[in-house]
Design a protein around this ligand. Structure first.
Ligand code: PEP
Length: 247
């Protein structure tokens, strides 16, 4: 039985003061939580996460990493640097990175490998745009995104990733995939993981306007193992309500 996992993606939000209040609000309200949880913070705040969260049930991680191990790559952050701050997770291939930084399926795959080699768990994001959904291409798009990653991994490494299905049209828009729409894609992704014998191990999260009022129904689907949460992860009460919706 896979454990549920709820991860907050703070995106480019926060300050030392705001983060301190958010993190203490989250840790104070976790009693009785049935899910694992984590926050993915902007890189400058990873040290703050480490000092606030070490010894608590909340893990932390980053929102991106370099595919390179080190050297002349101005502005980039390596997997080893994230591991140095005890990150457990790193998001790779978020649709905002794919759209605004032209990240290809192949680059995302290399980033996932870099994360795994440093002992981090990559949260690999896949998802279709509205135009792709309307053209009936959802299955083909997410399958190609996942295939590029699986092509670089052996079975043991594939079993160590977390996957997040995030329909691009649902991110930050208030539009959520219905539980049935999300489950259909999750089931397809689960079947695809069988080629690496990783279908039972990999947690597949749903992301895209998940909120306290829709989280329970989404996470009740058989192939939805938790959530990747943007906007609602910035308020401790909302993030906690989503974590507790897994009970
Ligand atoms: C995200 O950024 O990964 C996300 C799902 O955002 P939101 O919950 O705000 O749609």
């Amino acid at each position: 039985m896979r454990r549920k996992l709820v991860v907050g993606n703070w995106k480019m939000n926060g300050s030392r003061a705001v983060n301190a209040a958010l993190l203490s609000g989250i840790t104070a309200g976790l009693d009785g939580a049935a899910a694992d949880c984590a926050v993915c913070a902007p890189a400058p705040y990873l040290a703050q996460c480490e000092s606030a969260l070490a010894g608590t049930p909340v893990a932390w991680g980053a929102q991106d990493l370099s595919a390179h191990a080190g050297g002349a790559f101005t502005g980039e952050v390596s997997a080893a640097m994230l591991a140095d701050f005890a990150c457990k997770y790193v998001i790779v291939g978020h649709s905002e990175r794919r759209a605004y930084h032209a990240e290809s399926n192949e680059l995302v795959a290399k980033k996932a490998v870099a994360a795994l080699e440093a002992g981090l768990t990559p949260i690999v994001c896949v998802g279709e745009t509205l135009a792709e959904r309307e053209a009936g291409r959802t299955g083909a798009v997410v399958s190609a995104q996942l295939d590029a990653v699986l092509a670089l991994l052996d079975d043991a490494a594939a079993a160590r990733i977390v996957l997040a299905y995030e329909p691009v049209w649902a991110i930050g828009t208030g539009k959520t995939a219905t539980p049935e729409m999300a489950q259909e894609v999750h089931a397809q992704l689960r079947a695809q993981l069988k080629q690496k014998n990783a279908a039972d191990a990999v947690q597949i999260l749903y992301g895209g306007s998940m909120k306290p009022d829709n989280a329970k129904e989404l996470m009740a689907q058989p192939d939805i193992d938790g959530g990747l949460i943007g906007g609602a992860a910035l308020k401790a009460a909302d993030f906690l309500a989503i974590i507790h919706a897994t009970r």
